[in-house]
Structure formats: C-alpha cells, structure tokens
Design a protein around this ligand. Structure first.
Ligand SMILES: CC(C)(COP(=O)(O)OP(=O)(O)OC[C@H]1O[C@@H](n2cnc3c(N)ncnc32)[C@H](O)[C@@H]1OP(=O)(O)O)[C@@H](O)C(=O)NCCC(=O)NCCS
Length: 158
C-alpha cells in the first residue's frame, strides 16, 4: 500500500473556506464568518483532499487565538488534530506571538483533553457563553454546553 501524503498550507485569497469542516467545530455559519474574514485559515490535506483545518486570529498584541479547529469525522483519532495544533504553535512562535489561546465548551471533554495534552492551561470560564450566543441548545456527551472554558499556552515559556 502506498504511503498517504499529508500537507498543511494556508488557504489562498479568494479560495473557499472549508465550511463543512469548520461547521463541525462551530455550528453557526454567521459566527464563522464573523471571525474568518480577519483570520488565517490553514488546511491539512491528505492526497490532495482537505480533511482538517484551523482558523487563527490575532486577538491582542502578541496573542493569537485558534477560533476553530476540525478534522473530518472519518479521519479523527489519528493524531491530525494534534498535528494542526503543533502547526499553529510553530507558526505563532515564528511570528513572534507570546501566547496562543483557545476556547471550548464545558461539554467538549475530548477537546479539553487534547488541548491540555498539547500544553494549554485553563485560564477562565465564560459562564453561559453558549446560552447567550447560540440560538439552538447544544448537548455533547450528554452534557448541556453552556460555558466557554478558556485555555492559554505561554509560547515564551516553551
Ligand atoms: C477536536 C478535533 C479537532 C481533534 O482532532 P483529532 O484528529 O480527532 O485528534 P487527535 O487524533 O489528534 O487526538 C489527540 C488527543 O485528543 C483526544 N481525543 C481525540 N479523539 C478522541 C476520542 N474520540 N475519544 C477520546 N479522546 C479523544 C485524545 O486525548 C488524544 O490524545 P492521545 O493522542 O494521547 O490519544 C476533532 O475531534 C474534531 O474535529 N472534532 C469536531 C470539531 C470540534 O469539536 N472542534 C473543536 C471545537 S472547540
């Protein structure tokens, strides 16, 4: 069997955003559009097919945030999400950022595991964030998604 080739690249100007993937992480297209226009979207391709993506936004001086990260459902659990985070960390260090942040729902147990394994620390909770900002209730792992858990990685300490 031939080895699959993986490539990670930023999408070009005028190139369509991989909405199908981004909607896995963020169920509201209007929310995605609100940050995507000001962000860099990076995709992971396997044999030319886009199967993963993350969206990075410069939020404050020297601080960037991963606003969205997703891997196609049938490709999850193979280490690609971790690869995308490592790519974002390397990119941010190269660009001179001092910190990288990410937020996730209180019910996103796998994501909370992944982010902490990658070196993010919990820095706060935005209570009722998802209740206030999303029209439809979200439930994951049998848990109502209400609060945004905010995590941060200090890049200057690494
Ligand atoms: C979150 C997501 C990007 C992770 O990508 P992935 O390629 O599945 O993750 P990886 O294979 O790199 O997994 C890395 C770690 O995540 C955790 N993890 C991932 N999938 C898991 C699963 N099904 N069950 C338990 N843990 C899991 C594990 O802790 C794993 O650690 P390990 O390598 O030590 O076993 C992906 O699952 C996804 O797209 N989910 C839907 C969209 C989403 O929720 N995005 C984030 C919004 S905050």
């Amino acid at each position: 069997m031939s080895k699959l080739s993986i490539r990670i690249r930023s999408i070009g100007e005028g190139e369509e955003l991989p909405y199908e993937l981004l909607l896995l992480a963020d169920p509201e297209r209007s929310a995605i559009d609100a940050y995507a226009g000001r962000s860099i979207c990076t995709v992971l391709e396997e044999d030319g097919q886009v199967i993963g993506a993350y969206v990075l936004l410069a939020t404050r001086p020297k601080t960037a945030e991963i606003m969205n990260i997703a891997v196609r459902e049938d490709c999850q659990g193979r280490g690609l999400g971790r690869k995308l985070i490592e790519h974002a960390v390397a990119h941010c260090k190269e660009q001179g950022y001092r910190a990288l942040e990410i937020g996730t729902g209180n019910s996103s147990l796998n994501q909370l595991g992944l982010y902490q394994k990658c070196g993010f620390r919990v820095i706060g909770v935005e209570t009722d964030y998802f209740v206030k900002h999303y029209a439809e209730p979200i439930v994951e792992n049998g848990i109502p998604c209400r609060d945004m858990i905010r995590l941060r990685m200090e890049l200057s300490l690494m």
